[in-house]
Design a binder for this molecule. Structure first.
Ligand code: NAP
Length: 519
């Protein structure tokens, strides 16, 4: 058998064979006239339909206050799809078939009558599965989650023990703004639904590359045996954003980088990178390990926050050759705001595997490149042979998981420079998703919606996960205690962050390895 035939044979090793079939159902979207619905949810459902992954029979009902008919909403969604679909041009024949399943329910979430109307609309569907299997997607403000859940319950549409079919709620981020509010939100939701019926979104978990972290770690013995304090010097996780706060100043003033990005995306990636192997691939087994990992992160007191966490805020600079104003000049931002647009953390995980290994996390806006990556920096070689001669010029081995864009994995190691002289320099071994699998890049929301319809919660955040992540963030915020930003915490837009961020790593002789614009 050739190597290629063998590879093809191995590719038939699918792990989702036991996956639950997707049952006919209705998806009700609260916030139907909003940005998320037009930009992400409807394009994702349409692509699932194109890929024949939607149930054999389904309906989508959009719920919002604005006056619309089924036809006018379909027309608006078709127009938005032209802009936001990942495949272009849109296939109008396929859209027509898909759109025939879309309906609109005008109503106010705060009014009981609106839920009766919704119920009437669902009752009108002939197939009992479309009336009884219900996915409620709450693309609304978190302050509305509790009310919607209660109203759905009063209308008999959300029961902890439904007599027929299933009922689930999907909720968007932000899930609370601190541990207390997340706990309150969880309590509100679980008055009317079991935890197993609540699907909390972190769209990072829908990304192929993020899901690949577990595949990569636990299906490759060559890497997993290096994945510990014996071999790893430190790990860097960077989620950088090129865009400024722009029109989201009002939201950002309440959130900041720590709550907007670290509490969810960065801590999720960290937990996948560092968790112990789960006992199975069941949702609860994986989520148990993620929670254990989050609970092993060393809590920081105020003195440790001052030493191990850096905030930053961009001032005016240059991005792609164009002037970019500072954060304090953005619309709806206070001219003396101390909200962080950058955060860098040095965390320790107090367990057997990672004792003493620093994990550096950073995120920020107006950085030179939008990219997310995990860099595992291995320990340097002993000081004999090349290391003695080359000193710090001998690059330690590093493995980079590039989560986006240019998704892939690359390994840096040293090789001899060809020629008669004896020279060593770093070289790179590169796996690219595009070259290996072609340009098939489903949107995160496609996978997440499919899993929610199938009832698999693996890629959603469990109650204890979200609460533990908030406790970590709360302890950092308590350490900041409203202290104003110092000069060392400002950075020019278009640079990789404040000096204090560099100093954070320099304390331990480390340096940030900035993501590169890979080809
Ligand atoms: N947009 C994104 O890319 C994105 C990404 C991640 C998370 N999220 C989260 O997703 C949620 C929705 O975001 P969005 O950007 O789509 O918000 P948005 O554009 O402001 O839309 C809000 C929606 O809620 C509806 N709504 C508000 N109050 C209502 C009421 N009393 N009764 C019925 N409908 C009501 C609005 O419709 P009417 O005005 O017609 O009633 C509108 O459809 C937010 O929690 C946001 O944080 C959004």
């Amino acid at each position: 058998m050739s190597e290629l035939e063998h590879l093809d044979e191995l590719m038939s090793c699918r792990l989702d064979v036991g996956r639950k079939a997707v049952m006919p159902c209705s998806v009700v979207i609260f916030g139907a006239s909003g940005d998320l619905t037009a930009r992400k949810l409807i394009p994702a459902l349409y692509h699932l339909f194109l890929d024949k992954q939607m149930p054999a029979s389904f309906r989508i009902i959009g719920f919002a206050r604005r006056e619309k008919t089924d036809e006018s909403w379909r027309a608006e969604l078709r127009e938005a799809l032209g802009q936001f679909s990942r495949t272009k041009p849109v296939d109008d024949d396929a859209w027509g078939k898909f759109a025939a399943n879309i309906h609109y329910c005008r109503g106010d979430m705060t009014e009981t009558a609106a839920y009766e109307k919704l119920r009437g609309q669902l009752d009108g569907f002939g197939d009992p599965a479309l009336r009884n299997n219900l996915l409620f997607y709450l693309a609304t403000q978190p302050s509305q989650f509790g009310e919607v859940a209660e109203q759905l319950h009063q209308a008999g549409l959300l029961e902890k023990e439904p007599k027929q079919g299933w009922q689930r709620i999907v909720v968007e981020k932000p899930f609370g703004h601190d541990a207390a509010s997340a706990l309150a939100l969880n309590n509100e939701l679980t008055r009317f639904a079991h935890e197993q019926q609540v699907f909390r979104i972190d769209h990072y978990l829908g990304k192929e590359t993020v899901q690949n972290i577990l595949m990569f770690r636990f299906s490759n013995s060559i890497f997993e045996r290096l994945w510990n304090r014996e071999s790893v010097d430190h790990i860097q996780i960077t989620v950088s954003e090129k865009n400024s706060v722009g029109g989201r100043g009002g939201y950002y003033e309440e959130a900041g980088a720590l709550r907007d990005m670290v509490q969810n995306h960065l801590l999720q990636v960290l937990s996948l990178v560092a968790m112990e192997p789960p006992v199975s691939l069941e949702a609860e087994a994986i989520r148990d390990e993620k929670v254990k990992l989050l609970k092993s992160i060393r809590t920081l007191d105020a003195a440790e926050v001052a030493k191990n966490v850096v905030r930053g805020q961009y001032f005016a600079g240059v991005m792609d050759g164009k002037p970019q104003g500072g954060y304090r000049q953005e619309p709806k931002v206070q001219p003396d705001s101390n909200v962080e647009t950058y955060a860098a953390l040095k965390l320790f995980i107090d367990n057997w595997r990672w004792s003493g290994v620093p994990f550096y996390l950073r995120t920020g806006k107006c950085l030179p490149l939008s990219a997310s990556e995990v860099r595992v920096q291995f320990r340097p070689t002993p000081h004999v042979l090349f290391a003695a001669a080359c000193g710090p010029k001998l690059d330690p081995n590093a493995l980079t998981l590039r989560l986006q864009p240019n998704e892939g994995i690359y390994l840096r190691f040293n090789g001899k420079v060809p020629g008669t002289a004896v020279g060593v320099r770093p070289v790179r071994m590169h796996f690219s998703y595009d070259s290996e699998f072609g340009a098939y890049t489903p949107e995160a929301y496609e996978r997440l919606l499919l899993e929610a319809i199938a009832g698999d919660a693996t890629l959603f955040i469990r109650r204890d996960e979200v609460e533990t992540a908030w406790q970590i963030v709360d302890s950092i915020r308590a350490g900041w205690n409203g202290r104003p930003l110092s000069n060392r915490e400002f950075y020019a837009a278009g640079t990789w962050g404040p000096i204090a961020g560099e100093e954070l790593l320099a304390q331990s002789g480390h340096v940030w390895r900035d993501p590169q614009p890979l080809k």
